[in-house]
Design a protein around this ligand. Sequence first.
Ligand SMILES: [Zn+2]
Length: 812
Amino acid sequence: MSVKKEDVEKFLDGNQDFARSYFDKKLKPGAVASIMRIPESKVDVDSFKDICSVEEGGLFYDLITDMQENVNMEKVIFKILKRISALIHADRCSLFMYRQRNGIAELATRLFNVNENSELDDCVVPPDSEIVFPLDIGIVGHVAQTKKNINVKDVTQNSHFSSFVDELTEYTTRNLLATPIMNGKDVVAVIMAVNKTNGPYFTDEDEDLFLKYLKVGSLNLKIFHLSYLHNCETRKGQLLLWSANKVFEELTDIERQFHKALYTVRAYLNCDRYSVGLLDMTKEKEFFDIWPVLMGEQPPYSGPVTPDGRICNIMNAAADETFNFQTEALDSSGWTIKNVLSLPIVNKKEEIVGVATFYNRKDGKPFDDHDEQLMEALTQFLGWSVLNTDTYDKMNKLENRKDIAQDMVLYHVKCRDDEIQNILKTREYFDREPRDCEEEELLEILKKELPGPNKFEIYAFHFSDFDCTELDLVTCGIQMYYEVGVVKKFQVPQEVLVRFMYSVSKGYRKITYHNWRHGFNVGQTMFTLLTTGKLKRYYTDLEVMAMITAGFLHDIDHRGTNNLYQVKSQNPLAKLHGSSILERHHLEFGKFLLADESLNIFQNLNRRQMEHVIHLIDIAIIATDLALYFKKRTMFQKIVDLSETYEEQKKWVDFMSLETTRKEIVMAMMMTACDLSAITKPWEVQSKVALSVAAEFWEQGDLERTVLEQQPIPMMDRNKAAELPKLQCGFIDFVCTFVYKEFSRFHPEIQPMYDGILNNRMHWKARQEEYEAKLKEMEEAVKARQEAAAKNAANSNSTSGSGSGSKTCSIC
Ligand SMILES: [Zn+2]
């Protein structure tokens, strides 16, 4: 039995459910194609309306594969538009992309005139031949604005229709379907189908098909859009990250800073070239610049103005009169400016400091709002970073100011040419300036003018400066460098040595205790500890020279007040240095003098030697902060203990000479021993010096009372001056004794210092007891008087009965 074609048709028409499930199972587009003996692409969809679900499946599979392979948006949308145009019999379909430039939205053709026979390459619109129209022109613009799809059955009846594109392309639009593609609330694109070929207009069924197919299309456009946004965000992140990196690396100069930042992020800029123009912001306005403005002769300067005030995004440079100069390629590579994005660089003070311009987006498309945002973030960041360089400029200015201040200080502190003649009497001897004399000649003078080792007993622990003038002390100081043999050994120019010592003496302020005399005494004690105390054996000559120098410098420019006072009075020094405030200042001051070539006694050392000297001076001067003394006590004691385990002195010295840290600890403790050495001097000296120390403390106490309005501690309170002996005993017991006891245990040669302190302790104790006895006597006298008065009062009360006039007398 044969089945006729009509029967099958009749059966299938009558059993559509069966037909659908049957073809779903059995037929693929390939099968249909092979049945029809035509290529798969030529399968006539119109004739296979009933099996289009099968074919649809194939199409969607195809599209999704395309999307998976790469997000080639144009290719996928092209396929969909091709299919739509066949399905709904549209003459042509187009894709318009939505974007914003200069804050204004616009639509640009991306796929134009797609129909069922089109090839992709013919329909993709290259960036330079885009048709761009704002949203207020045409139905497509209207769709983007309303975000609603539209079926226009007769364009002549639609008020939004514009013949602008028709005229441009010599075409006549009669009817159309258009729909926006959305990503959330944002329009991404608009798709339009134009002119129904087999009817007067698109039917509702056409519209349904159109929208159904575009669902896949919109998915793809969304992916494309998101991936673009993601790319922008990534670029933005990288841009800022890298710029930050470069910006903070470079603080010196804004131009270098910007260049470095932009060069690093150039890959993310997504443009051919960029340029940055900077205004000269370093120049401050002078009064003669402002006068003409104040006089009304000139308008005030308001910075460069971009067309819309902020951003300038030019799509077609060739058509813009700004680029009239571009009549041919701008360089030998044939490069021309196609589109431009230009933004002002604004600093935190809202001043325009420059303009950044980016040329030709890499994909040839114009810069859009995402580029604008991205570049704005970058330029904003660069603008803010200008503040860094501003701060740097300010710092530079401060630095310059400091230099000037230092220059002034140096002028006053530095030994003058007339002053040096007080010691290095070249004018008297040779009628010449020191610089015109040979070293031999200078030595000849100094041999006569310096006091020599014995005149002032500089080798003695009991040395006293009482019989010396300040100038004598300068000559004694110079003498010591000769005594330890470093002048020749380290080629110290003698004029420099004299000027240095003289300047150090001038660097001390004329205050009650921490004056040049104290500075000298510390240097002298260091010299004596090293020589007489035999501590020199652990140190090289260079180290000896550094230590004596540190002694002389250790309190230079002292203000007569202690570290705590600097903090309480908010002295800038306290802000500059966190701890050991004054000590750090003395150190800086000392190094500042040494930085002057005419004072640098270390000028002929090599770099390594110089570094070593500075290292030792650093440690030595900071070590004079008594607050640090307690930290080094046990370490020093252990070294002394260790020294006692050595029977042979030579072995101990050999061991110590290589022990850098132990040597530094001993040196630090030597500085303390020197600084406190007044306590070891003969009683006549100690009693006087102790008074001057106390006097300086009392002066600080007065300042605390008057300036800070605070009650000073007893040590600084002149009303408690009588307690001085007690305070001295406490100071000897808790601070000083340990130092000299340990040093005399370390080196018996130092015993005189320990003896000295014991003797002074005895004196102070006697004074203390004397005072306490007197106090007790006075208290007893007061008590006796009170008792007598009480007795008298009792007697008179019993006689007179009335009060003696005391107002507090109670009657009740
Ligand atoms: Zn001191």
